[in-house]
Design a binder for this molecule. Structure first.
Ligand code: FAD
Ligand code: NAP
Length: 530
């Protein structure tokens, strides 16, 4: 790596790292991005499994920092497929000439803060080092793949693919007996595609998931023109909603609605499709009885879509709807009507072992040729704790977070001066349309760096009291309602041994954005400058 001392080193060249590089350059600071992959795009570089696409509508899942970029880019579908989102990331890299400051194929393994020089030195897996005053982990909330702990996994003789580490070469399932482990969003998107190609597909389901149809299709040219004519207004409206989506959230109570009103509101949202399903009523995530009504509506849909009643029942989730991440599907439930697809439930009777030729459940071997692992991520903290980050007095981030993370606004941590995280734990991040929240964090960090530059500060650090107050508030908000009641990756519950702590901020975009603005207006309240 370069021996030059930079003003800022950014780890990660996904949408966060790319935009931050652009912003930091505009401040006249020198910057270098270090990226483990061979190109930009982050999520959309790694997750190339068949069927991968966004589940926030493309007209909203895009940058808004440059109105010209917004006007010139055209999406082909309502929900763009992964290759098109990757093309968009590449277009952005070219348009803003980003690649000349990005070092690819380099994974950072460690980072040390030198207190006397007030600088960070980063060490890559290949031993190379680089140094900077400021260091930003733009490493993503969903970028550290989670492998299941199943005996014999590495003994499997055929190809094994993790959805988040999908090969760049085409993968063919023709003539294959394929197993998919997992039924989260990645599985729900890939299963219909794999089923169409494979000889036989066996899906191993531990927890059934709620999914709402995408009703995907070519992007309506009239709608595109209409949005482009009023893009700024739409973006502004979206920022007034809890998840940063341009959707009208009803405040009505489902418990006070008649059965006809309930049915009509849910059906309207089902027909619209996508992530806004739960916007039908205001109390669905606050009250279990209210939640059950929405859950039963979706279960009735699943029963109507799946021919075999036993399979339909197994596919009907029994947990709280909306507590785990909602899924958006294209023909997922209908896939189980195919003769070449088998569902195997592994709840309460976990997969015992993977043998060289099979998945073993309850003493039975399911013989397969190809294994697809769709078991998700060590979300929100994994990419941060997988790097050995040492701050003031050798404070180790992974150790400090062993019982769960703490952070001031999901942006900075006490004892880790000059280190920022984009969409870190304690910020809305994965509870939102992520491109706008990434942009808000990047803008905030760039503003803070500009402030430090203007005043000649060499260190910025979150104060312990401010961090604690924010974290206590964040945990208190997270405990409200039903979101914390289910075992989900939002609470770290999907990773063996991970502390069960509420990770993304649940107070909504408007309150969070306001808080960040107030911090700045009050002279970066809660931050110490040196
Ligand atoms: P990432 O895109 O994850 O980029 C982080 C980068 O950091 C990666 O390229 C990684 O290689 C690099 N990195 C990590 N650690 C290191 C290291 N130690 N050294 C060097 N490099 C490192 N969000 C939505 O809002 N809407 C959606 O529809 C949506 N769909 C998604 C679909 C999938 C399949 C997945 C997995 C996530 C989806 N998300 C979605 C969330 C998505 O992650 C964000 O929207 C966004 O792309 C994150 O951008 P990022 O730059 O913050 O992180
Ligand atoms: P995930 O939601 O965490 O799903 C992982 C699945 O694997 C779950 O069904 C889980 O079951 C199962 N699993 C884990 N370990 C297992 C084991 N040992 N045996 C059997 N099953 C096991 O991961 P993901 O599907 O990759 O999605 C992660 C997140 O990425 C999503 O929630 C979403 O935010 C984002 N994403 C979005 C899209 C999109 O539509 N745009 C697509 C993909 C991903 P349990 O539920 O029982 O733990």
């Amino acid at each position: 790596m370069s021996k030059k001392v930079y003003d800022v080193i950014i780890v990660g060249a996904g949408f966060a790292g790319m935009y931050l590089l652009h912003r930091v350059r505009a401040l006249g600071l020198s910057a270098r991005v270090i990226e483990a992959g061979s190109d930009v795009g982050g999520t959309w570089y790694w997750n190339r499994y068949p069927g991968a696409r966004c589940d926030v509508e493309s007209m909203q899942y895009s940058y808004q920092f440059d109105p010209e970029l917004q006007q010139e880019w055209s999406w082909s579908e309502r929900y763009s497929p992964q290759p098109e989102i990757l093309d968009y990331a590449r277009h952005v890299a070219e348009r803003y000439d980003l690649r000349r400051d990005i070092q690819f194929d380099t994974r950072i393994a460690a980072a040390r803060f030198d207190e006397s020089a007030a600088r960070w030195t980063l060490t890559a897996e290949d031993g190379g080092t680089t140094t900077a005053r400021f260091f930003v982990m733009a490493t993503g909330c969903l970028s550290a793949p989670n492998w299941p702990q199943i005996d014999g996994l590495s003994s499997f003789a055929g190809p094994t693919y993790h959805t988040a580490l999908w090969p760049h070469e085409p993968v063919s399932f023709k003539g294959q007996r394929v197993a998919v482990i997992g039924t989260g969003s990645s599985a729900i998107q890939s299963i219909p595609h794999i089923a169409r190609e494979a000889d036989h597909l066996t899906v191993f389901q531990r927890t059934a998931n709620y999914a709402v149809p995408a009703h995907n299709g070519p992007l309506d040219a009239k709608l595109e023109a209409e949005i482009k004519a009023h893009y700024a207004e739409m973006r502004a409206r979206a920022k007034t909603t809890p998840g940063g989506l341009d959707i009208v959230y009803s405040k009505d109570s489902v418990l006070e609605a008649t059965p006809e009103e309930q049915e009509a509101a849910f059906e309207r949202n089902w027909q619209r499709g996508g992530l806004g399903f739960m916007s039908a009523f205001g109390d669905l995530m606050m009250d279990r009885k209210a939640n059950d009504i929405a859950a039963e509506f979706v279960r009735a849909k699943i029963r109507a879509l799946v021919d075999d009643p036993e399979t339909a029942e197994a596919l009907c989730p029994k947990n709280i709807i909306g507590a785990k991440r909602f899924c958006v599907d294209i023909g997922y439930f209908e896939t189980y009507n195919r003769d070449n697809v088998t569902l195997v439930e592994v709840k309460g009777r976990p997969i015992e072992a993977i043998t060289p030729t099979s998945v073993r459940v309850h003493g039975r071997d399911y013989e397969i040729d190809t294994l697809v692992i769709a078991t998700g991520f060590d979300a929100m903290t994994g990419a941060l704790t997988r790097v050995d980050i040492r701050g003031r007095n050798g404070a180790a981030l992974a150790e400090r977070w062993a019982d769960g993370p703490t952070s001031y606004l999901g942006l900075a941590m006490t004892d880790f001066p000059n280190l920022f995280t984009v969409t870190g734990p304690g910020s809305p991040s994965v509870f939102s349309n992520m491109l706008p929240t990434i942009e808000q964090h990047v803008d905030w960090i760039a503003g803070c760096l500009g402030h430090a530059k203007a005043h000649g500060y060499t260190t910025i650090e979150a104060e312990a009291e401010a961090e604690k107050a924010w974290w206590d508030h964040h945990q208190e908000v997270g405990a409200r309602g039903l979101k914390s009641a289910a075992d989900s990756w939002y609470l770290g519950a999907n990773v063996a041994g991970k502390a069960r702590v509420f990770l993304p901020y649940y107070g909504g975009i408007p309150a969070y954005f306001r808080k960040c603005e107030e911090v700045v207006a009050n002279g970066y309240e809660g931050f110490a400058f040196g």
